[in-house]
Design a protein around this ligand. Structure first.
Ligand SMILES: Cc1cc2nc3c(=O)[nH]c(=O)nc-3n(C[C@H](O)[C@H](O)[C@H](O)COP(=O)(O)OP(=O)(O)OC[C@H]3O[C@@H](n4cnc5c(N)ncnc54)[C@H](O)[C@@H]3O)c2cc1C
Length: 401
């Protein structure tokens, strides 16, 4: 393809954003720039989330333009907001921009994008995971404040977080989905206690979090009182896309791990090569499926198609890391260190064995594969719904253990 051909197929919006990317790279060369400064400049140019409104890290353009931006910045080895603050950038920001007040958008979005303020998601509880709407943490109104009590669990990166997205029960007399309200909680407020939960990798990347009479100003509510479930759906829909919807260049991402493991092993037999080619094909199907989903997606909250990428990426990640460990032979059973550490990131592993152990959780976190299949069956294939006996009952009358 010649330069002229490529110019012909590039839309004016794409030319605009690619011009801004070059300006960003000229003014802040990634090799020399401080990551916070670089990401701040990216946000200010509207290249953070290009589909967000102007002034909030976006330009009000189609979300599909984020891909050429990411590809160009990736080639330039620029810092990535998602890597520094995965829950904030992938889920917190779209929730704030959709449901937040003007004050909340101005306060939260930029430091979230630069990674100066890390966010966590406080949805799951010991008695409420897949059925998160049955949760029991309470928020009781006291003038201009709410008093929060309860326990959350599996809270990724809570130990590093400045803010958390939390849903709490504000009316136990209503059915479970209707009595919930959504807040941004200050993780440094008095009464917030974060305790590590150690995983089978040896690390404690997630936590249990206890709230005892924590005061949340009413201005930190996201959405109306009793509308918490509607706001939570924005977070959850974005979570699935954020986990499984990444579109990387062909051959990069998790499949590069498989190719790297195969090259390191120096295996030349057909069995190993056949396994690698199957994985490659699956990775490519996932990549093309995600490209199609992104092309079809208009602005706004993603739909149930995000569950397809979520299921496929969970299974692919598990199979790739299993392949990598298998190729190591008996050495794959050795583990470098089981030291208890508090990682700075939820996305990195330093040896194939750790990758193998960590990826087992992919079909649980962000909604289990079984629950994703329910969503696809009901919302995309129109199959009969799951059995739900408690949907219309007041929450306080639903038996719980
Ligand atoms: C690594 C990791 C990180 C996490 N990070 C966070 C976080 O940051 N914030 C947060 O809020 N939560 C987080 N979670 C929690 C996660 O969202 C829940 O673990 C998940 O939703 C499942 O809930 P549960 O563990 O209570 O299992 P349960 O809901 O008790 O499910 C148990 C089993 O029953 C199956 N099941 C349940 N209901 C159905 C159904 N209707 N149909 C068919 N099968 C069903 C499930 O698929 C599963 O196999 C994290 C989890 C992990 C593993």
């Amino acid at each position: 393809m010649t330069a002229t051909d490529s110019a012909d197929t590039t839309s004016p919006d794409e030319q605009l954003v690619l011009g801004l990317v070059e300006q960003l790279l000229d003014e802040h060369p990634p090799a020399a720039a401080d990551p916070v400064e670089f990401l701040g400049a990216q946000y200010d140019l509207g290249l953070g989330w290009v589909h967000f409104p102007e002034g909030y890290g976006g330009l009000g353009l189609s979300p599909k333009l984020q891909r050429p931006i990411a590809e160009r910045l990736g080639r330039a080895k620029a810092p990535v907001a998602y890597a520094r603050n995965p829950i904030g950038a992938g889920m917190g920001a779209p929730t704030v921009v959709t449901h937040g007040s003007e004050e909340q958008k101005q306060r939260y979005l930029r430091p979230l994008f630069t990674g100066e303020e890390i966010w966590c998601q406080l949805f799951s509880e010991p008695g409420a995971g897949s059925d998160v709407a049955s949760l029991a943490a309470t928020a009781v109104r006291d003038g201009d404040e709410w008093i929060l009590n309860g326990q959350k669990v599996w809270t990724t990166l809570a130990h590093l977080s400045r803010f958390g997205m939390i849903i709490a029960r504000t009316n136990p007399d209503l059915p479970k989905h209707k009595g919930l309200t959504y807040f941004v909680v200050d993780m440094h407020a008095p009464g917030v206690e974060v305790r590590p939960l150690r995983q089978m990798t040896g690390e404690a990347e997630f936590n249990e979090v206890f709230f005892t009479d924590v005061r949340i100003p009413d201005r930190e509510r996201l959405g109306d009182v009793g509308e918490g479930w509607r706001v939570a759906l924005t977070t959850l829909m974005n979570e699935r896309v954020s986990i499984g919807g990444a579109i990387q260049a062909r051959g990069s991402g998790i499949i590069r791990e498989a190719v790297g493991a195969w090259e390191r092993s120096e295996r030349t037999d057909e069995v190993a090569r056949d396994r690698l080619m199957r994985l490659w094909t699956e990775a490519e199907v996932l990549r093309l499926t995600n490209i199609r989903a992104q092309q079809l997606r208009s602005k706004g909250v993603p739909g149930p198609e995000g569950s397809v990428g979520k299921i496929m990426s969970a299974e692919l990640n598990k199979r790739v890391t299993e392949f990598a460990v298998d190729l190591m032979g008996p050495q794959g059973m050795l583990y470098t260190s089981f030291e208890f550490v508090r990682p700075e990131s939820a996305l990195r592993w330093d040896c194939p064995q750790k990758g193998f152990l960590r990826m087992r959780a992919n079909s649980i976190e962000g909604g289990t594969t079984e629950v994703m299949k329910n969503i696809l069956g009901e919302r995309m294939l129109g199959l009969p719904g799951d059995v739900r006996t408690d949907k219309e009952l007041p929450w306080k009358d639903v038996p719980r253990s």
